[in-house]
Design a protein around this ligand. Structure first.
Ligand SMILES: [Zn+2]
Ligand SMILES: [Zn+2]
Length: 168
């Protein structure tokens, strides 16, 4: 997993440090399904800006996820653009002024990136925006085989039964 040692950067207020990080991403569980980052590493633009009372961290990258489509369970590929921001107060009396991703002098970039991707996911992950999904009647993929079931005149065997019923 990717972490960043804060010891390697000494900033004075107003100064900024920029770097490119290869961030290792972990699989994401979402809606009972598992989505794999492909590739497993994302190239991220990382910035640290020193303010008077603390440090602002930003991380920007695009995650690509592979997993099942919510509607048809076919392969879905999803690009999630991320721009995340965290703040760490210099004297962290107030817990709200500290980021959970800094422990000691270490920034847990992978965990931060993982959470940012989870927050950046759409409501539904689809193979394509207009995915037709699976047929509620027969379970076939409606993208591959667009069809409807006509309950009145669908199956000739039922039609025969209907005819018998009408005779009664
Ligand atoms: Zn689909
Ligand atoms: Zn069907």
């Amino acid at each position: 997993m990717t972490s960043f040692s804060l010891r390697q950067v000494k900033l004075r207020p107003g100064e900024q440090y920029r770097d490119e990080l290869e961030v290792e991403l972990s699989p994401l569980d979402f809606g009972g399904q598992r989505y794999m980052p492909v590739p497993e590493q994302a190239r991220a633009a990382f910035e640290m800006t020193r303010a008077n009372t603390g440090t602002v961290f930003t991380l920007a990258f695009t995650a690509r996820l592979h997993g099942p489509c919510y509607r048809c369970l076919g392969d879905a590929v999803l690009e999630v653009p991320i721009r995340a921001r965290e703040y760490q107060a210099e004297s962290p009396q107030d817990e709200q002024m500290t980021t959970p991703y800094v422990t000691g002098a270490n920034l847990d970039v992978s965990q931060w990136a993982h959470d940012a991707v989870a927050l950046g996911l759409p409501d539904k992950i689809l193979c394509r925006p207009d995915c037709a999904g699976l047929c509620g009647e027969c379970g076939k993929n409606l993208n591959d085989e667009p069809h409807t079931h006509d309950e009145e005149h669908g199956d000739p065997r039922w039609a025969a039964l209907e005819a018998l019923r009408e005779l009664q």
